[in-house]
Design a protein around this ligand. Structure first.
Ligand SMILES: [Zn+2]
Length: 100
């Protein structure tokens, strides 16, 4: 199943598959060659990031034995949590303050 959306540059109808819409892939216009795609929102970005973290952890079961994979997933989860905490701390304690 595919939708037809007008190209934002030349207004030619471009065929966009359901997969392109779901994943957010850019589609090349056959008429003018420019690429366009569905808009990215903050919620979609967060969902893709969360899914990539989960898939990264599950891939460990394919490369090590289950017990070691559990240990690695715990370490990986702690590292991701630490990175998120560090990122939010850096953002909140930024020396550049908006002028009011
Ligand atoms: Zn076009």
């Amino acid at each position: 199943m595919a939708n037809l959306d007008p190209c934002p540059y030349c207004l030619t109808d471009v065929r966009i598959s359901t997969w392109d819409t779901l994943v957010g892939l850019p589609v090349e216009c056959p008429s003018c060659g420019m690429t366009s795609g569905p808009p990215w929102s903050a919620n979609r970005l967060i969902a893709v990031l969360a899914l990539s973290v989960v898939l990264n952890a599950l891939v460990l079961f394919l490369v090590t034995r289950p017990l070691r994979a559990m240990v690695l997933i715990a370490t990986y989860s702690a590292a991701v949590f630490a990175a998120l905490t560090l990122f939010s701390d850096t953002r909140n304690s930024s020396p550049v303050r908006p002028s009011s």
